[in-house]
Design a protein around this ligand. Structure first.
Ligand SMILES: Cc1cc2nc3c(=O)[nH]c(=O)nc-3n(C[C@H](O)[C@H](O)[C@H](O)COP(=O)(O)OP(=O)(O)OC[C@H]3O[C@@H](n4cnc5c(N)ncnc54)[C@H](O)[C@@H]3O)c2cc1C
Ligand code: SF4
Length: 354
């Protein structure tokens, strides 16, 4: 691989879109992916349908993967990791480990697309019983059930009659240091609520929220249909704990519209967990020597007008490695990173590519 190529670390939606863009611009692209498959978190975590169009995640990711696999200028190295990075913009040498042992890759630019991980709802401040009560799930657990068309209570294998979502778990929370909004979870919870109502029309579905944050067109595409067509019930309130009561879950908190305590019984509780930087994002920042923000996401060097440059020239970042992002944000920043990386790789060593 020549130094005119671009190496992309991570083969999720962001990395796939970068590889496609770089290769379509006529520059060789190499994806280095640690997993044994492409498609990122939507595939690894078995997401069902995607917002806003309810297309199967597998089909949508499959389309992105096909575009990369069918381009002769794009190469994919699975089960591989970058362990060191020497050189400068236009002339990097990456050390890699993979199934065939250690190797070196030369490239002109690097794009970090290492993504996110779900917030762990079992952390000490979280009183929702995620690891104690089988019928307490997280968004991604319900995604896997919806994908299988098998939404049942893990405790007894029966379809639930009442499900509630608890919003902002692990986001907008100063106690744990995640003050940011994770951006996707209001839309994803509403989308999952619709899918539950489609698959189990007799099941009552509630969403307990601080305030609903539907970015862009999602309000009209997901929020209003959830209420008007599917009769999902949105309740403004803060949930403080979940307890087992007989074979039900007791959800306790405050109804903030009425300003009074609230206790309701549910069959299943779904925690709308937020997005945190993946372990790979944190590790790559150190290996590549690029700055992270206080949450561990990669720090974009010059926002708001340049969102993909990092603190090291010739190394770019995109997608959920930068911040919580939906697929539209992810693919948009990936396109920008592809364009910047190609310019840098073509300019070669010593050129001012920024
Ligand atoms: C529950 C849930 C549901 C969602 N549903 C939707 C939806 O319906 N619509 C929507 O628009 N958005 C949705 N999102 C957001 C969407 O998942 C993200 O926008 C998208 O996955 C971000 O893509 P990415 O490639 O940046 O990161 P990821 O999807 O996390 O992919 C990162 C990739 O990098 C790889 N990697 C990590 N570290 C390394 C390393 N060191 N070396 C090599 N490879 C590495 C990983 O294995 C992975 O393949 C959802 C999010 C959540 C939490
Ligand atoms: S998107 Fe909604 S649930 Fe997620 S952090 Fe923001 S306000 Fe909370």
């Amino acid at each position: 691989m020549s130094s005119e190529s671009v190496v992309i670390i991570g083969g999720g939606p962001a990395g796939l879109e970068v590889a496609r863009g770089v290769a379509e611009l006529g520059t060789p692209a190499v994806i280095v992916e640690q997993a044994a498959f492409l498609g990122g978190t939507p595939i690894a975590e078995n997401y069902a349908a995607l917002t806003p169009n309810f297309e199967s995640a597998e089909v949508a990711m499959g389309r992105m993967i096909d575009r990369v696999n069918s381009n002769p200028l794009a190469e994919v190295r699975l089960e591989s990791q970058v362990t060191a990075c020497d050189g400068e913009a236009g002339d990097f040498r990456l050390t890699m480990t993979g199934p065939d042992g250690e190797s070196t890759l030369e490239c002109g630019a690097v794009v970090v697309a290492t993504g996110f991980q779900h917030f762990d709802p079992g952390r000490e401040t979280q009183m929702y019983g995620y690891y104690e009560f089988p019928d307490v799930l997280a968004l991604q657990d319900l995604e896997a059930m919806l994908k299988e068309h098998n939404v049942v209570r893990p405790s007894n294998g029966q379809p639930p009659e009442r499900i509630c979502f608890v919003q902002c778990v692990g986001s907008r929370d100063r106690h744990i240091g995640n003050e940011y909004c994770s951006k996707v979870c209001c839309g994803v919870a509403s989308k999952e609520a619709i899918e539950v109502r489609q698959q189990l029309p007799d099941c009552k579905v509630f969403i307990f929220y601080i305030d609903m944050r539907m970015y862009g067109y999602w309000e009209n595409q997901i929020y209003w249909p959830a209420q008007e067509q599917y009769h999902v019930q949105y309740v403004k309130g803060i949930i403080t704990e979940v307890l087992q009561k007989g074979d039900k879950l007791l959800v306790r908190g405050e109804d903030t519209t009425m300003g009074r305590p609230m206790e309701v019984l549910m069959d299943m509780v779904v925690l709308s967990v937020g997005m945190e930087p993946s372990r790979g994002t944190r590790e790559m920042a150190k290996v590549l020597g690029i700055a992270q923000n206080k949450y561990g996401f990669i720090d974009a060097a010059n926002p708001p007008l340049d969102t993909v440059s990092t603190s090291r020239e010739g190394i770019f970042a995109c997608g959920a490695a930068l911040a919580p992002a939906d697929l539209e944000d992810t693919v948009s920043s990936a396109g920008a990173a592809a364009m910047r990386a190609v310019v840098c790789a073509r300019a070669g060593a010593g050129a001012a590519a920024r």
